[in-house]
Design a protein around this ligand. Sequence first.
Ligand code: ADP
Ligand code: MG
Length: 225
Amino acid sequence: FNQELQRSEKMEIISELAASVAHEVRNPLQVTRGFLQLISGKSRPEEREYLNLALVELDRASGIITDFLTFAKPESGRTSVLRVLDEFTHIEGILTPLAHLHGSKITVDIPTDLWIRGNSSKFKQALINIVKNSIEAIQEEGMIHIQAYRRNQVIYILIRDNGEGMKEEELVRLGEPYFSNKSKGTGLGLMVTFRIIEAMEGQIQYSSKKGVGTEALITLPAAVS
Ligand code: ADP
Ligand code: MG
């Protein structure tokens, strides 16, 4: 018991550190990005090439923070009963501008009385990584539909998009660290998502068809409010 306590205290310290590092590092990255862009506009083509490389690497660093620590908060280890709708409403608010930028729409269809147990920051991180992939997979007239329901003691959460979809050989690699098909991808988003859902004693399954779309199905134990 004593050792367990020490372990959770350690986890708490790590989460706290991660939260403040994420916060402190993101700002200087943004400032640096701004200045690089400024000089890039005034530089010779051969210099611009290096500046663009620097921008790509900066974006990669920001992407890693986004995939791991978007909602990092000091109390990262604690769990509580969460209303599924509230978590998605928060996600929707954050991602809707990005969705619009990519010409797509997010719709949420979740009853108010669905509850699960988990850590809100981590659960939202898991979801944002899924929904962000959907947004990034969409070409035009994108629709991302999020749905949830309960059957017996299980909560089902479905995230469906009409994006570019995946082939079987991509599907089986989801969640593998550094697997990415994007020029600016980290290949860490779904690894983080899968770990968080597993830690919540849930499961996640992807199905997809190239050129048609993708569906992520999360199942989690229902909690009572
Ligand atoms: P990243 O987004 O940084 O590439 P992820 O772990 O989030 O890393 O995703 C890994 C890869 O899985 C993506 O590069 C993409 O090829 C594929 N993928 C994930 N979700 C979708 C989706 N909804 N539609 C199409 N491809 C997807
Ligand atoms: Mg991703």
